[in-house]
Design a protein around this ligand. Structure first.
Ligand code: FES
Length: 108
């Protein structure tokens, strides 16, 4: 398997009802992950991009959280509608999407 140029981690963490900490699982993160997989399938860039679902990435109140390596760029409050932009501008063209970056208060 070729080493991907960029690896995307999409938080799918859930927490039980009443848990004091919010979770991306309460904010439609599954649709975000599915949209990344759809974009990957459409683009066929399997040798350049890898998408992995994961547990908590840390800034739960700002989710759905999406982390991209090797840059260590974190996106927050990602909506399904944002995924195509992240895919095209960042994962394919290498330019992080400024308007979707996680606040530095949570990821610095
Ligand atoms: S639950 Fe997604 S970042 Fe913590």
């Amino acid at each position: 398997m070729p080493k991907p140029e960029r690896h995307v981690f999409v938080c799918l963490q859930n927490r039980p009802e009443g848990h004091p900490r919010p979770a991306c699982g309460q904010k439609n993160c599954t649709a975000v992950a599915e949209e990344f997989f759809f974009n990957l399938q459409q683009s066929q860039l399997f040798d350049k991009v890898q998408v992995t679902t994961t547990g908590c990435l840390g800034p739960c109140s700002e989710g759905p959280s999406v982390l991209v390596y090797p840059e260590g760029v974190m996106y927050g409050r990602v909506r399904k509608e944002d995924v195509a932009t992240i895919f095209e501008e960042h994962l394919v063209n290498g330019k992080p999407v400024e308007r979707l970056l996680m606040s530095r208060e949570f990821w610095d």
